[in-house]
Design a protein around this ligand. Structure first.
Ligand code: ZN
Length: 270
């Protein structure tokens, strides 16, 4: 059955940055009408986790209609837990679908100066991070699971923005909804990866009193990566929402399985 775009009721919620600014905004999609047993209901824009292609296309169309942009101005990478950043510029926009796809493969963060282009990432428990530098209008979006966090992908995005002329002291970051520390139980090999990458693990990890299992605070780890990269602490906001604790709002791979929908977090410069 084909579901027309008009049947999809798009729901998005703004990410809160430290300052208010209508020129550059970031949003997260909310699941919408969650149907029990349908791990893709209702808003899913991710096309590589098993959803019906027509449903994904309908959701993308519904979002573009709401934003008043064309489908070709909605850009999202094929994420593979790398620390790779790609720049979306005029040359990229001129590429055909096939070449765009190649450029976006194995990429987990995007940076652009273009207006009316929504750049976004798909997550289900991983950390989405939106960045903006308002002085010259550079924006970025990052997907950071634990691997991307350890590899400091958020710092790579900051570096890329700086190379394009952004003033790092002016960059604001909004860390979106993602798995909370209580829900994010990891094996000791993951703890070891954070430690050996130079993270202050005593601040980021707690052991459950009953199970003895390690729990890592991925949001705080990414805030640490950002401050290390030169972002002022007061220029960083962290969403309090946990994706696993809020199944009515967000997709969660730990709750729904790896083949579930994804929450789409994007930033756009108007
Ligand atoms: Zn939680």
């Amino acid at each position: 059955m084909n579901i027309g775009p008009t049947s999809i009721r798009m729901r998005i919620e703004p990410l809160k940055f430290p300052s208010s600014c209508d020129d550059i905004e970031a949003f997260t999609t909310l699941r919408g009408d969650v149907a029990m047993g349908n791990t893709y209901s209702e808003i899913n824009l991710c096309d590589y986790t098993g959803d019906i292609p027509q449903h994904v296309l309908d959701c993308r169309q519904a979002l573009c209609e709401q934003l008043g942009i064309g489908l070709d101005s909605l850009i999202m990478p094929r994420q593979t837990h790398t620390a790779n950043i790609s720049v979306v510029d005029d040359d990229f926009m001129a590429l055909d679908t096939q070449h765009r796809k190649a450029r976006l493969n194995a990429v987990d963060g995007l940076v652009t100066r273009l207006q009316r282009v929504a750049i976004g990432v798909n997550t289900a428990d991983c950390v989405p991070i939106a960045l903006r530098e308002r002085k010259i209008g550079i924006i970025a979006i990052v997907h950071a699971g634990w691997r991307g966090t350890v590899a400091r992908i958020a710092a790579n995005a900051v570096t890329t923005m700086a190379l394009m002329g952004a003033d790092i002291s002016e960059i604001e970051a909004a860390i979106g909804a993602s798995i909370c520390q209580k829900c994010f139980e990891v094996g000791d090999e993951v703890v070891e990866r954070f430690s050996s990458a130079g993270f202050n693990i005593s601040q980021l990890m707690q052991r459950d009193a009953l199970t003895g299992k390690a729990h890592i605070n991925l949001q705080a780890a990414n805030a640490a990566v950002l401050t290390e990269a030169g972002i002022k602490l007061e220029n960083i906001t962290i969403s309090g929402d946990c994706t696993r604790c809020n199944p009515q709002k967000y997709f969660s791979a730990r709750r729904l399985g790896i083949n579930s929908g994804r929450t789409f977090t994007f930033i756009i410069r108007h």
